[in-house]
Design a protein around this ligand. Structure first.
Ligand code: SAM
Length: 214
């Protein structure tokens, strides 16, 4: 199965941005976000550099991280959709640098500069070869000890949008994502699979790190 092209994905999110942002206004209050973001802030506490969200969407994750967990940290958000970039930029203001870009090539993020790299519900839009390529790129961007945090739709086959969103997107198994992370040079510290309220699929949440030896 080939995922929708970048041009199609960009257009879909440009068209969907208001609805998506409204949905995230409540989703961001789910306990999983508090849990992941508080652990992230603990893990990066001793590390220099920004937290980079490689597909920041409406910017809710970065905004919540800034407001509740790590107000002094510099933040970078990247997204393929110009309208997502605009809405995230408006949400975060001077608290983050929000860039139009591609998760597979973090132009503007220097090598070994970032404390953490985040990818939330976005790798479904890229094919397996590109997922490995993206992970290698995220490792390039991270400082030694830097933290990787991925959320993705878990399983096999297509993402089930229930007819509400017209993209061909892929689910990936816990094993696939963990193996790509290891192949790209990460240590996988934790990976859990959980149901997501209101959605017919489980999500995986993977936490990894770039150790000095990997
Ligand atoms: C389901 S949304 C998730 C947004 C955000 N991470 C969140 O969890 O709320 C997927 C996002 O990935 C972005 N995206 C898709 N392909 C991308 C790519 N190749 N590079 C960067 N962003 C991409 C879309 O524009 C969209 O904003």
């Amino acid at each position: 199965m080939k995922t929708s092209s970048d041009a199609e994905v960009r257009q879909l999110y440009d068209d969907f941005v208001d609805h998506y942002s409204e949905m995230m206004d409540s989703e961001i209050d789910l306990p999983i976000y508090a849990d992941l973001l508080s652990r992230l802030s603990e893990r990066v506490a001793a590390l220099p550099g920004p937290v980079v969200d490689t597909s920041c969407g409406s910017g809710h994750m970065l905004a919540r991280y800034h407001e509740r967990h790590d107000p002094a940290r510099s933040l970078v958000g990247i997204d393929l959709s110009p309208r997502m970039v605009a809405i995230a930029g408006a949400r975060l203001g001077a608290n983050a640098e929000i860039l139009l870009g591609d998760m597979r090539s973090l132009v503007g993020v220097a090598t070994s500069s970032a404390a953490a790299v985040l990818s939330f519900f976005a790798i479904q839009h890229i094919d397996p070869d590109d997922a490995l390529k993206a992970l290698r790129e995220w490792r390039r961007a991270l400082c030694p000890g830097g933290v990787l945090l991925i959320a993705a739709w878990e399983g096999a086959g297509a993402v089930d949008y229930g007819g509400r969103f017209d993209a061909v997107a892929r689910r990936y198994t816990e094993d696939e994502v963990s193996n790509w992370a290891r192949e790209a040079g990460f240590v996988v510290d934790r990976c859990v699979v959980e149901p997501v309220e209101g959605f017919p699929m489980d999500a995986l949440y993977l936490e990894g790190s770039k150790t000095a030896s990997t």
